[in-house]
Design a protein around this ligand. Structure first.
Ligand SMILES: *[C@@H]1O[C@H](CO)[C@@H](O)[C@H](O)[C@H]1NC(C)=O
Ligand SMILES: *[C@@H]1O[C@H](CO)[C@@H](O)[C@H](O)[C@H]1NC(C)=O
Ligand SMILES: *[C@@H]1O[C@H](CO)[C@@H](O)[C@H](O)[C@H]1NC(C)=O
Ligand SMILES: *[C@@H]1O[C@H](CO)[C@@H](O)[C@H](O)[C@H]1NC(C)=O
Ligand SMILES: *[C@@H]1O[C@H](CO)[C@@H](O)[C@H](O)[C@H]1NC(C)=O
Ligand SMILES: [Zn+2]
Length: 457
């Protein structure tokens, strides 16, 4: 009935102890068996994880942070920046306009399927707007990015920092950042640059396909260049722009610039830089890709190359590319930089031809799967590639900004000679960016053009 009656009055101390020891031992053995079997079951289930499940696990932990998506440009091109004309919660492959356009690859359902956790949305304006309305167009594109984020609050969350990206991801939202593509968006004005930062821009690509008065673009490196270098990569003023971007905490993006520009910017920047959408020149010898010598500098400076998927940068032989070709670029870059300096910048919505298997923003998991299949990527390295490297570099840029708190903003205007030297067409620009001495101003006030007189008043 009770413990006492089991032991009985004659069971004695030794027998009781033996019983206790046997009982305890049985308990320990049972515990060990249960533990071992649980561990075995766990490792069994690990073995049984399909590749797809493993990919899912990696991207749940570290969702894709893509460096470059031109959706805002398509909203301008196809919807005149009127968000009532298109519903991004829909499957746009079925849309009469968007579904038939080769350069559209993005909608919210596909971003979700693609495990996208953060996107740099690009406020791009074409080189034909340089010295004309490039700044106006850039402001309109930043505005449309903000309206897009406001219109889809269930899915998108505005972000301007590494912490913001992590908060949005923790919130199950897609962190949405503003990027500016092309130095012509700031013309040659520190005031405009600072305002772009204030509006949320967290990287600026120093050039698009045209030179600016202070930086040379990649076509100067083309086999039959139609563009000649004018600033020895980066002029003295261009170096100051890099310095001011460091002070602001705006990432310097070197996709689209010439090799000399890359080298000088990498040398001069005190913060790491990024290539928001470029691949490996050793695999496909295109001036938009990054040469190995520059990849070395990327490694030494803790910088980042986010691989571009555009067919023409992945395969230079004119053939249709596939995921294996993209894997080759990624593995080449890793071979030079190690696993800490590679990311993804698909260039979706900015190109009209993408590799087989990477047709749109839903396909990032297939790329991770293909990398897993090579057998030479650890889960940790794939998480760095998908997003953690960008977070690390972004944080380093923010730390440099914080360390430069005491530094004065750049205030020098570009010199008139620099504009003349580069044959800048100032027909559409009324302000004269000369640095006139006060005496000169006094001397010339009477003859000076009206706008200069007004400025002096
Ligand atoms: C947009 O599409 C989603 C998904 O089909 C739908 O639920 C929503 O009502 C649509 N919004 C408008 C304004 O049509
Ligand atoms: C970059 O810096 C290195 C070392 O200081 C120097 O040897 C090299 O000439 C520099 N390159 C450029 C393009 O500034
Ligand atoms: C990509 O194409 C190459 C041939 O160019 C082929 O060998 C390879 O298997 C293809 N990869 C995929 C993932 O289809
Ligand atoms: C990755 O694995 C493939 C075979 O799956 C091999 O050919 C390649 O050299 C490996 N790359 C690296 C960088 O180890
Ligand atoms: C300068 O730009 C204006 C306006 O676009 C154009 O009419 C003029 O021909 C250009 N001048 C030169 C020298 O290119
Ligand atoms: Zn681009």
């Amino acid at each position: 009935m009770s413990a006492i009656s089991i032991r009985g009055p004659y069971s004695g101390g030794r027998n009781q102890r033996t019983l206790i020891i046997i009982g305890a031992s049985a308990l320990i053995v049972a515990t060990i068996i249960v533990t071992v079997s649980v561990l075995v079951t766990r490792s069994d289930s690990n073995v049984e994880l399909t590749l797809e499940e493993k990919v899912h696990q990696i991207l749940e932990d570290s969702p894709v942070i893509d460096g470059h998506n031109d959706l805002p440009w398509n909203i301008r091109r196809l919807a005149y920046n009127d968000l009532r004309r298109v519903n991004f919660s829909e499957d746009l492959t079925q849309n009469a306009i968007w579904g038939k356009d080769d350069s559209t690859h993005t909608d919210i359902p596909r971003l979700r399927k693609g495990h996208v956790g953060a996107q740099f949305w690009v406020a791009y304006t074409s080189c034909t707007s340089q010295f004309k309305d490039s700044v106006e167009q850039t402001l309109e594109q930043i505005d449309v990015i903000k309206r897009l984020v406001d219109k889809y609050p269930e899915d998108l969350q505005f972000a301007t920092s590494a912490d913001d990206i992590e908060n949005a991801i923790a919130n199950k939202k897609i962190a949405s950042l503003v990027a500016v593509e092309g130095g012509h968006s700031m013309q040659f004005s520190f005031g405009i640059l600072r305002n772009l930062y204030a509006m949320g821009a967290r990287y600026m690509t120093l050039t698009h396909s045209c030179n600016t008065p202070w930086a040379d673009a990649s076509p100067v490196d083309a086999k039959n260049p139609i563009l000649l270098p004018e600033s020895d990569g980066l002029s003295e003023y261009g170096l100051r722009i890099v310095k001011e971007m460091n002070r602001l905490g705006m990432m310097v993006d070197l996709s689209h610039v010439s090799q000399r520009t890359m080298e000088k910017a990498l040398n001069h920047s005190v913060a790491p830089v990024i290539f928001s959408h470029s691949s490996a020149r050793a695999i496909c010898d295109h001036h938009r890709n990054v040469p190995d010598s520059v990849l070395e500098q990327v490694r030494k400076t803790n910088s980042l190359v986010m691989v571009n998927f555009y067919n023409g940068f992945i395969r230079c032989d004119g053939q249709r590319a596939n995921i294996s070709d993209v894997v080759e670029h990624i593995e080449h870059i890793r071979g030079v930089t190690g696993p800490d300096h590679i990311g993804i910048g698909g260039d979706f919505d900015g190109v009209d031809s993408v590799p087989e298997g990477l047709e749109d923003v839903s396909k990032y998991p297939d790329l991770i799967k293909a990398l897993l299949e090579t057998g030479n990527w650890t889960d940790e390295d794939l998480k760095k590639l998908s997003g953690q490297n960008l977070i690390r570099v972004f944080r380093a840029v923010e730390e440099v900004r914080d360390s430069l708190k005491g530094q004065e903003p750049e205030q020098d205007a570009i010199k008139a000679e620099e504009l003349e030297k580069y044959k800048v067409n100032l027909t559409c620009i009324t302000a004269k960016f000369e640095r006139l001495q006060p005496q000169q101003l006094l001397k010339t006030r009477r003859e000076a053009p009206a706008e200069l007189q007004l400025r002096e008043l």
